[in-house]
Every structure is written in C-alpha cells, then in structure tokens.
Design a protein around this ligand. Sequence first.
Ligand code: HEC
Length: 137
Amino acid sequence: MKFFVSFACVLLIAGAALAQTPRGASTGVYSKAQAARGKAVYSESCSSCHGDALEGADVIPPLSGTRFIGNWKGQPVGELAARIRTTMPADQPGSLGQTASAEITAYLLEANGFPAGEAELPTGNQPLSQIIIDGSK
Ligand code: HEC
C-alpha cells in the first residue's frame, strides 16, 4: 500500500512538472488559420499606425524584425498578448479581448518567422505564460 501511495505521488509530481515546462515559441504554437484571422484584425485596428508591413513609423515601433524581437526575446508570449490586449490599439486600448489579442499575437509570431503548428495559440494567461519567445527560425 505504501508503495502505491508513493508511486501515485511520483506520478502526480511528474505530471505537474510536465504541465509547467515552458516551451519555445519556435515549436509551432499557433495555427495558420488563427494567424490569418489575426492578420485581418491587424489590418483593421493596427496597420494605420504600425504599417501594412509592420514596419512602424517615427515614434511608432515596428512589430517585426530585429528590434521587435530584441524587445521581446526571452519573455513569455503571454506578456506580448497582454500588452496588446491592455494597451493597444493606442487610440482605443482594452477594446480587443482575449481571442483577438491571441489571434494578433499569432499573426505577429508568423510575421517574425516563427513556424505554425497544429494547435491554436491558447487565449488564457496561464498557458500563454508557459510559452517563451525564443529565437525565430
Ligand atoms: C494610434 C496608433 C496606434 C495604433 C492604432 C496601434 N498602436 Fe501599437 N503602439 C503605438 C505606439 C505609439 C506605441 C509605442 C508607445 C507605447 O508603447 O504605447 C505602440 C506600441 C506597441 C507595441 C509594443 C512594441 C514593442 O516592441 O515594445 C505593440 C506590441 C503594439 N503596439 C501592438 C499593436 C497592435 C497589435 C495594434 C492593433 C490592435 C496596435 N498596436 C495599434 C501606436 C499604435
């Protein structure tokens, strides 16, 4: 009996550790369809400032390229999604919601060379905090 109890404990701990293991954004963490939806929202709500090619302008930072990745490398995807959800669009912050923020984040990952995968980028803060923006391929 004691053995089974310890065995169950080991399984529980291993399961918890697996669920917590952070993974890189370069492992295919969003789907193509999700990024396409994000692109549509981007065109409507973001491109007027950040540009059609995410190039930025004057005081408006670019959302692709080495400068953008330099700002975000090593941070959780959840930080980026939350930044978008709570502060953007700058003229209407807080208007996007979780789903659209995740879609736009997927589009930004795609535009920065991160590969698509099978599953969609999750919308919740907890799962998003476990995906780290690593180097794109
Ligand atoms: C009215 C102009 C405007 C619009 C529209 C706008 N932004 Fe921004 N955005 C800015 C400015 C200015 C900054 C830099 C100042 C700041 O961070 O608030 C910025 C910063 C950002 C940053 C941080 C970049 C970095 O490298 O730190 C992200 C990400 C971002 N915007 C995403 C978006 C997304 C996604 C949308 C559309 C939902 C959007 N923005 C719409 C003006 C805009």
